[in-house]
Design a protein around this ligand. Sequence first.
Ligand SMILES: [Zn+2]
Length: 408
Amino acid sequence: MVKIMSSARGKISTRSVNTVLCIALLLLSACAAPVSKYKSATKDEIDAEIRLQKEMVYQAFHNEGNILDNITFQILKANAEFCTENALAYGFTFWNIDTISKSDKYREIVENLYQLDHVFQINQVYTNTEDQTAQIKAGDKIIAINGVDVSSKSVKTKDIYKALSKTGSSHPAKLLLLRDNTEIETKTTPYNVCNYPLRYDYHDRIINAFANGRHIIMTRGFYQFAKSEEELAMAIAHEVGHNIMRHPGKDDENAALGNIANTILFNALKMTDFYLPSFVYEGIIEQSYMVNSVAFEREADYIGIYFAERAGYDTTNSIALWRRMSVEVDAEGIEKRSTHPAKAERFVYLQKTLEEIAEKRRKALPLIPEIDWDNTSEKDIHFKRPKSDTTIKDNEPHYGLNCGAACM
Ligand SMILES: [Zn+2]
């Protein structure tokens, strides 16, 4: 028998404890030692599997980033006429090895996987851009733009934009591409888009998406929770809705009327959507903000459904995302309002918007969200008042979108 409480003075003897630990360890290791005669693996075999898995990890978030980027592009392009904050975007994204940080642990993997070197190459060609990108393919090397050689090692992303902008916003840029040792000459004109690029936070598994006035941010947790491109489109369009209706700015103003502590928290929070860790919510949810936020959320939902539908996404089924949020993530939110409308309430309002859109389609009316222009102006929001008799002019060219994977 092993005596643990051995000391006459009522203390545990160090020697006894050591003995017990040694015996316990011996027993444990004897029990835990594997006895199956499985085959051994070489270091090379394990290293090869490590490499393969790392490649799969990178490919996954690269593909996810491109999918999100493409959906965002469709929404920003289809609704450009309503945005006062515009940018020009070509129907493709490009990258080279220097767009991957030298400290990025995936740099060498990316280099091999995508044959990336210092010559810029096409990363992704957006869908529905055949009018401008029919001859461009992912992987094409960009050799020259508008007669300027851009194939040297010293060329940076800004030099590519500089070369592209030589022909201006409404004239096509001349591209000289290299594909399988064959030179391809083509022309491409940029699109006018709303300037709210997406940033994909692929490290974050929390289910979250938000708008900060300039960007749309989506976490990998949200990407994986969404079940279809239509659901992702609805969420992205909702965030565009926040930005175009200037909700982040308005919330700051509203919060400034409240107490200082909450203002600081709210500014840090901005228009965070969907789900945040519960500790972030603490102390922020106050009636004054709640009312405004719920109204803003409803407005972003309303604008978002229109914008997603206008970009060609059928959102009829995607509003089920909110049902799943209730069922799988936050049953509390079915009735209870936080910064967002209660889930059940939100679902019903979204259905009403879908009915409104269906009605407009039946009557062949333009799909334009109803804005109370008597009580607001396009200066208050970033929504350009639709005027059927005027042509939309491009703003000063500033290239906001074409960073693609480099923006992730
Ligand atoms: Zn929102």
